[in-house]
Design a binder for this molecule. Structure first.
Ligand code: DGJ
Length: 708
C-alpha cells in the first residue's frame, strides 16, 4: 500500500510488517524519513524534524539520509548519481516534476517519483514497488536524456538506503574465492566508507551483492536487521558508510569505478532492482523473508519441485563419450535420479580446457551419431536429459575463434589475456548474442534437451568493444542485458527447459540471474564439510530451492577429505540433491545406500525446497550443525544435523525446534517415536548422531491428527 499526505508531503510505503517513509524536501530532493516497524501517516509526521538550512552550517548536507544522493551542491559523500554533460560540467539539482502510483500486477503497488535537473533536460525517476505478501521493497532508478547531446552517467546507482540512528552498526556479507564462495562475515561497520564490489564482469565468487546491517545486537533469532540485495549479474558496487556523526547508510548499483553509462539523446537507462527488507526476528527471519520473496517473486517457477540430478563432471572430466555416459545413466536411473546431465567435453575438439570451446557440435569420435542416441537412452531410462554449455566463451584454439577473432572482448594492440585458456565472447554485440541464441535453441530443440547447465568460467579482461560508439563503457551493461535476453528467448522457445546458473561454481548467483534460471551451482567444492560453510553463507539470502548440491566420491578431488557417504548425502539433501560421483566405481552396498537416501530425499524434498528454513546452531562449531525445514502449516518438518566426532565427555545438548504447532504431537517417521511439540520446542530433541568422525542424521517428524 502507498499513501501520501499532501499537508506534509510524506509518502508512506506499507508492507505487511514494515513502513518506509520519505518526502521531497524544501530543495526538491527526495529525503528519507523512516524504515522499520509499521507507522500510520500521522505517526510518520512525528518523525519530521525541522531541516536546518544547509547554508547556515559549515558541514553541508548530511552524507546519508537522501533517497539518492547526487553529485551536486554541498554533498560530500559517495554519490549514487553522478552525471557529466556534453559541455564537461557535472552535477544534478533536483526539480520535482510529478509522480505516479499504479499497480504493475495484482497484489503490488508502485510509486514513481519524477524529477529533472534544474539546468539540463535529464529526467530521473525513482521507482518503489511494494507487495501484499512480502516486506521486500523493490527500488530502481530510470534516467532519460531528453536533450540533444550525450550525457555520461559516471555513476547510476539503483538506490541508496538509510538506517535509523543506532548505537552501533554491524555489517554482514559474504566474501570468497573459487571453491570457497559465500564465507559469511559479520564485523562492526567501520567508520568511513566500506566498498563491496565486483570488477570481474560477473557477480563474482569474491563478494555477493547483498548485505545486512544491524545494531550489533541481532542474533540468529532476535533483533532487527536491515538487508538489501541487488538483482544484477555483471560488475557492481555497494558503498556502505558510517559517518562521523554516527549515522549509517549505503548506496549500490551496477558497474564499478571508472566505467560510465553513455546516454545518447533520447536514450533511457533503467537500473537493476535493488531490493530492501527490514525484519524483526534476527538473521534467521531475514533469511526466511528473502527465501519466500525469491520463491514467490524472483524465480520463474519457484513453486516447482526440482528433480534429483546426476552430473558427469567429477566422474569423467572431459572424457565424455556415448558409451560411458550411457553406462553412468543406467546406474543413475537405478539410484532414482530423475535428470541426467552431461557436463563439459561433448563437443568439437574439447579434450581438455585448452581447445574446442565455441565449437558447439557433438564430437564425432565420441558421439558418432550426434547426441540423439544418448538423449533417447536417457529419456528411455525415465530421466530428463541435460547438457553443459558455456556460450559466452571461446578457446583461442577453436574454429569459432579462427573465424571470428573480433568477437571477443579486446583492446586493439593489447594482449588478450587468457584465463583457463579462454577468452570472453562479447555478448554486448547483438551478432554474438544472436549466434549464441541460434545454436542454443537448435541444440535444445533438436535433442529434446530438458536442462542446460549454463557455465561461465572466467572474469573479463581487456574489456574493449572496438568499433562501437562508446563501446568500452557500454559493454558492461549491454553484455548482461543481452545475456538476460538470450536466456529469456530460450525460455520462451522451450517452456519445458530448466536452466542452472553456474560460473566456475558460484560466481554468478544473484537475484538478476535467478529471475531467469531455476537453480544455481553454488560451488565447485563438493567436499561435504567445506560445503556446510558455503551453504550456510549461500542460504543467508538465497533459498535452498535454488542450491544445487552433489554427492561426490572420496577422497574428495579438491580437498582429499574422506567423509561417510551418508554424511555427503545429508549435506547435499540440504539443497537440491544431485549425484556427481563415478557410479561405475560405487560398490553394491554404496549403490544400495545411495538409492535408499535418494528415496528418503524424495519424501522430504518439499520441506527443503519449499519449507521455512531455521538454522538451529552455528555451522561447524563444537555442537552439531543443525538446520530445520518446516512446512508452512507446520504439519511436517525435517531436521538435518552434521557433526565432527566430539571429544569424549562433550555434553549432548538437545536442540530446540521452533515453529511447531503448539500442543501438537509429532511422530518420527523412522523410529515411530512420538514427541510433544512443547517438549521439542522448550526442552529440545536429543539428536541420535552415530559415534565416530563426521556423523550425520536426518529426522523427519510428522504432526499427528488431534485424535491420535
Ligand atoms: C566449472 C563448473 O563449475 C564445473 O562444475 C564443470 O562444469 C566445469 N566448469 C567444466 O568445465
Amino acid at each position: 500500500m502507498i499513501s501520501f499526505s499532501p499537508d506534509t508531503g510524506i509518502w508512506l510505503l506499507t508492507t505487511p510488517h514494515t513502513s518506509y517513509a520519505l518526502r521531497i524536501d524544501e530543495t526538491g530532493a527526495p529525503r528519507h524519513l523512516a524504515w522499520g516497524p509499521r507507522l500510520t501517516l500521522r505517526e510518520a509526521e512525528g518523525l519530521l524534524v525541522p531541516v536546518e538550512s544547509a547554508g547556515d552550517s559549515f558541514e553541508g548536507l548530511p552524507p546519508v539520509g537522501e533517497e539518492l544522493p547526487v553529485d551536486g551542491g554541498t554533498r560530500f559523500g559517495p554519490p549514487s548519481l553522478q552525471v557529466r554533460y556534453a559541455d564537461g560540467s557535472r552535477a544534478f539539482e533536483w526539480e520535482p516534476v510529478g509522480h505516479r502510483v499504479h499497480e504493475p500486477a495484482p497484489g503490488s503497488t508502485q510509486l514513481v517519483l519524477e524529477f529533472r535537473d534544474r539546468v539540463h533536460p535529464l529526467f530521473v525517476e525513482l521507482h518503489y514497488r511494494v507487495r501484499e505478501d512480502t516486506d521486500v521493497i523493490e527500488r530502481r532508478t530510470v534516467l532519460r536524456n531528453a536533450g540533444d547531446q550525450r550525457v555520461d552517467l559516471l555513476r547510476a546507482d539503483s538506490a541508496a538506503w538509510t538506517l535509523p540512528a543506532l548505537p552501533d552498526y554491524r555489517l554482514s556479507h559474504v566474501t570468497g574465492q573459487w571453491s570457497a564462495e559465500s564465507q559469511l562475515r559479520r564485523d562492526a561497520l567501520p567508520y568511513g566508507e566500506t566498498v563491496l564490489t565486483s570488477r570481474r564482469g560477473i557477480t563474482s565468487h569474491h563478494a555477493n551483492p547483498w548485505l545486512m546491517l544491524d545494531a550489533g545486537d541481532a542474533t540468529e533469532d532476535h533483533g532487527r536487521v536491515w538487508s538489501t540485495a541487488l538483482a544484477w549479474s555483471g560488475t557492481w558496487r555497494v558503498t556502505a558508510q558510517r559517518t562521523p556523526d554516527g549515522r549509517a547508510g549505503w548506496t549500490g548499483g551496477a558497474g564499478h569505478e571508472g566505467t560510465s553509462v553513455p546516454l545518447a539523446p533520447g536514450e533511457e537507462h533503467t537500473t537493476p532492482v535493488f531490493a530492501g527488507l527490514c525484519t524483526d526476528g534476527g538473521f534467521g527471519a531475514a533469511s526466511r523473508a528473502w527465501h519466500a520473496y525469491t520463491l514467490a517473486h524472483v524465480l520463474p517457477r519457484g513453486r516447482e519441485t526440482a528433480a534429483v540430478l546426476y552430473n558427469s563432471w567429477e566422474a569423467t572430466g572431459f572424457d565424455v563419450d556415448e558409451a560411458s555416459q550411457k553406462a553412468l545413466a543406467e546406474r543413475a536411473a537405478a539410484l532414482g535420479v530423475e535428470l541426467y546431465v552431461v557436463d563439459d567435453g561433448w563437443f568439437g575438439s574439447r579434450r581438455s580446457d585448452r581447445a574446442g570451446l565455441g565449437d558447439w557440435t557433438p564430437a564425432p569420435g565420441r558421439f558418432p551419431d550426434g547426441l540423439g542416441p544418448l538423449s533417447e537412452a536417457v529419456h528411455g531410462l525415465g530421466m530428463r536429459f541435460g547438457i553443459w554449455v558455456e556460450p559466452e566463451m571461446v578457446n583461442p584454439d577453436s574454429d569459432l575463434y579462427r573465424a571470428h577473432p573480433d568477437w571477443v572482448l579486446h583492446i586493439p594492440g593489447r594482449t588478450r589475456s587468457e584465463l583457463r585458456n579462454q577468452l570472453v565472447l562479447n555478448f554486448a554485440r547483438a551478432d554474438v548474442a544472436d549466434w549464441a541464441y541460434g545454436w542454443l535453441t537448435r541444440l535444445v530443440g533438436d535433442h529434446a534437451v530438458d536442462f542446460l547447465k549454463w557455465d561461465m568460467n572466467r572474469a573479463f579482461s581487456e574489456a574493449g568493444w572496438p568499433g562501437a560508439d562508446q563501446g568500452d563503457d557500454r559493454l558492461w551493461s549491454a553484455y548482461v542485458t543481452n545475456l538476460y535476453g538470450v536466456l529469456d528467448r530460450l525460455r520462451a522457445d522451450h517452456p519445458g527447459l530448466r536452466i542452472e546458473t553456474c560460473s566456475g561454481g558460484g560466481g554468478r548467483v544473484d537475484l538478476g540471474i535467478l529471475a531467469r534460471t531455476d537453480q544455481a551451482w553454488a560451488s565447485d567444492n563438493t567436499d561435504a564439510v567445506d560445503r556446510l560453510a558455503i551453504q550456510h553463507g549461500y542460504g543467508q539470502v538465497y533459498p535452498a530451492r535454488t542450491m544445487s548440491a552433489w554427492v561426490t566420491d572420496v577422497p574428495n578431488q579438491l580437498t582429499g577429505r574422506t567423509v561417510p557417504l551418508r554424511f555427503r548425502f545429508h549435506c547435499a539433501m540440504a539443497g537440491l540433491l544431485g549425484i556427481g560421483g563415478d557410479l561405475t566405481r560405487w560398490s553394491r552396498e554404496e549403490l544400495a545406500e545411495g538409492a535408499e537416501l535418494v528415496a528418503e530425499y524424495k519424501k522430504v524434498r518439499h520441506l527443503v525446497q519449499h519449507g521455512a528454513q531455521y538454522r538451529l546452531t552455528e555451522p561447524l562449531g563444537d555442537r552439531p550443525t543443525v538446520v530445520q525445514y518446516i512446512a508452512e502449516d507446520a504439519a511436517e518438518l525435517l531436521v538435518l544435523a552434521w557433526q565432527y566426532g566430539p571429544r569424549h565427555g562433550t555434553p549432548r545438548i538437545p536442540v530446540r525446534l521452533p515453529a511447531l504447532t503448539p500442543g501438537a504431537r509429532y511422530r518420527d517417521t523412522r523410529t515411530g517415536t512420538v514427541h510433544h511439540a512443547t517438549v521439542l520446542t522448550e526442552y529440545g530433541l536429543l539428536l541420535d548422531l552415530p559415534r565416530g568422525d563426521w556423523s550425520s542424521t536426518a529426522v523427519h517428524l510428522v504432526r499427528l491428527p488431534d485424535s491420535d
